[in-house]
Write a protein that binds this ligand. Structure first.
Ligand SMILES: C[S@@+](CC[C@H](N)C(=O)[O-])C[C@H]1O[C@@H](n2cnc3c(N)ncnc32)[C@H](O)[C@@H]1O
Length: 257
């Protein structure tokens, strides 16, 4: 098995056939949420500029297909994780139910459901529901000896005690949607990937549940956020992505081409 490489193809095939069993310390997975379909867009939105709802072919399944897909890829992740390994799965209200059911059925122990509070969330276009401004990251572990670098997290926690001293990191993370210089954009100014995750989110996860030289794997790599941060933090890494276009984008980002 090769490390520090992006594997091209379907993550279920690659996890089952190319990644060594019990070899990975930490997995971050940002799977399709299965929310695409209506192609909503909002041009000239005054608060955040043009907005396009995620509308991707890789993100459209029936409900039974989606549950089956979740079982397959989370099951494959279970096999490649070491005995002390952790998995962090990014979710929204669309897919958190399937993710939780599958984790429980596989005997993972769920430790936290971290709430990502998007401090610059888009306004709601329909005006018929509360404005969505959260996503979730479910943290689950395989065995009893999981890594949790408590002191490291205290050091990077922007929240402080009243007297200015360090504070435990809570499970609500107030972070903006990726924008400005961090957002990868094409020549037309549109985002190159519809669901690029904040670098700060990956920094917290990787520092929390892995150590230097450990192996971090992302089965749905997208624009490469996980491996970009893993490499910066001195971890070994593996990315898996099925779109050739996104692989190229991630490689440019990681190797600064
Ligand atoms: C939600 S995005 C991940 C975004 C990523 N976290 C980032 O910061 O850019 C999901 C990615 O998984 C890829 N994908 C979808 N199904 C896949 C599969 N079965 N195997 C591998 N990649 C897949 C899509 O092409 C997409 O880039």
């Amino acid at each position: 098995m090769k490390k520090n490489l992006i594997y091209s193809g379907d993550c279920i095939d690659i996890l089952n056939n190319e990644i060594d069993k019990k070899s990975v310390d930490l997995i971050f997975a940002d799977p399709p949420y299965n929310l695409s379909g209506n192609g909503l867009k909002w041009k000239g939105n005054k608060t955040g500029g043009d907005w396009y709802m995620v509308n991707e072919e890789w993100d459209k399944m029936t409900a039974p297909e989606y549950l089956q897909f979740t079982r397959k890829w989370v099951g494959a992740c279970y096999e490649v994780l070491k005995g002390h390994g952790s998995i962090y799965i990014s979710c929204s209200y669309h897919n958190i139910a399937e993710v939780m059911i599958v984790l429980k059925q596989l005997d993972f122990k769920i430790h936290n459901v971290i709430t990502w509070q998007k401090i610059n969330a888009m306004p709601n276009m329909t005006r018929r529901v509360f404005t969505h401004s959260t996503e979730f990251i479910v943290w689950a572990v395989k065995g009893k000896k999981w890594i949790f670098n408590y002191e490291e997290l205290k050091k990077i926690n922007p929240e402080k005690q009243k007297d200015g001293t360090l504070k435990q990191m809570r499970d609500v993370w107030a972070l903006p949607l990726v924008q400005g210089k961090e957002r990868l954009k094409g020549k037309d100014g549109r985002a190159l990937h519809p669901t690029q995750k904040p670098e700060e989110m990956l920094k917290r996860i990787i520092l929390a549940s892995s150590n230097k030289d450990d192996l971090v794997l992302d089965p749905f790599l997208g624009s490469g956020t996980t491996v970009f941060i893993a490499k910066k933090l001195g971890r070994n890494w593996i990315g898996i992505e099925k779109s050739k276009e996104y692989i190229k984008m991630a490689q440019n980002r990681i190797f600064n081409k």
